[in-house]
Write a protein that binds this ligand. Structure first.
Ligand SMILES: [Zn+2]
Length: 345
């Protein structure tokens, strides 16, 4: 079975220029867009991004922070933090990256497509309410999830974050909110140094943040095994109405920042698992939003694996992979940590 899959792309995302030697460069998306033309042609549904409204951006950011971003418009170069810089048209790209999620949610809820991948920049999962960081300006996926809650009344959104960095802003936005279950696998020794096991949510949201720190030696079979075994029981109980993926590809072995050992094939299998989770959640729509991934070729190849799995393969049988020792250790720690909440284990 194949799915109707949408993609969001726009030349204006290339106009965000954080500097000649900055890893989050326009060449990342150029490479992805070239791959789309070459490998997918017109087989994907093109969904036009739109500008998010001020009210929508305010679902994740303070008015004074939004003013700050607007004040950078048409200025050649403005540093927002020690690693996040903007150029004259970055504000527009950021606004449009947040709006891509809004357009995707509407298309998915109207069943125009069953899955949608927003191929946007700047990325979003480190953009806090009042602070840019980690190359992120607005919390694109967080805004999309908030919009799905407000506009469509959704009460159970599963957010999976497989970027190698912890999505501190996604965690923070939903830390006390059980309508979004945030599941992140990441290496903890790097930016932003958050996402420890014991960060599991607070108040109403206690137990609804699931952090899975992974070692740098992580390989394809380890991550596949962890996702398969950790997410299946969670989804059986949580019953997500919608699944969103903060899709960063910097755990790829060729990534200059990530430096773990995954290949692009891992992303094909992770997508297959996400498809199975969607089936288990009665066909929950799937929204992917691009986060990191700083080797342009590895990024394009990885996105190709995700889209290929979504659009052509549709293989839903459970992946059978022997449990690796590394995965077993991770899963044991996860069970120990979450036992106290009595929700998932
Ligand atoms: Zn990252």
């Amino acid at each position: 079975m194949t799915l109707k899959v949408g993609v969001i792309r726009d030349a204006r995302y290339l106009e965000h220029k954080p500097g000649l030697v900055h890893p989050e460069s326009p060449s990342r998306l150029r490479s992805v867009y070239r791959m789309l033309d070459k490998d997918f042609g017109d087989r994907l549904v093109q969904i036009e991004p739109r500008l998010a409204t001020l009210e929508q951006i305010q679902m994740a950011h303070t008015p004074s922070y939004i003013d700050l971003i607007m004040s950078t418009a048409e200025r050649d170069f403005t540093p927002l933090s020690s690693d996040t810089f903007v150029s004259a048209k970055s504000y527009l790209a950021a606004w449009l990256a947040a709006g891509a999620g809004i357009a995707a949610i509407d298309a998915l809820m109207a069943e125009e497509v069953r899955a949608c991948f927003a191929l946007v920049r700047p990325p979003g999962h480190h953009a806090l309410a009042d602070r840019a960081g980690g190359f992120c300006i607005f919390n694109n996926l967080g805004i999309a999830a908030k919009y799905a809650m407000e506009r469509y009344g959704l009460e159970r959104i599963l957010i999976i974050d497989w970027d190698i960095h912890h999505g501190n802003a996604l965690q923070e936005l939903f830390y006390k909110d059980r309508r979004a279950l945030y599941f992140s696998s990441h290496y903890m020794g790097w930016y932003p140094n958050t996402g420890d096991w014991e960060e599991t949510g607070e108040g109403e949201g206690a137990g609804y943040t699931v952090n899975v720190p992974v070692p740098k030696e992580l390989k394809d079979e380890d991550i596949i095994c962890v996702y398969q075994n950790a997410l299946n029981p969670i989804v059986r109980k949580f019953k997500p109405q919608f699944i969103m993926v903060a899709a960063g590809f910097d755990a790829h072995e060729r990534d200059p920042l990530g430096r773990t050992r995954l290949t692009e094939k891992a992303y094909s299998s992770l997508t297959q698992i996400v498809l199975q989770l969607s089936d288990a959640g009665n066909g929950a729509p799937l929204f992917f939003s691009l986060e990191g991934g700083y080797d342009s070729r590895a990024l394009a190849n990885s996105v190709k694996e995700v889209l290929g799995m979504l659009a052509f393969q549709g293989r839903r049988e459970r992946i059978s992979i022997p449990t690796t020792r590394r995965a077993e250790e991770i899963l044991q720690r996860l069970r120990q940590t979450h036992r106290k909440h009595r929700i998932w284990v």
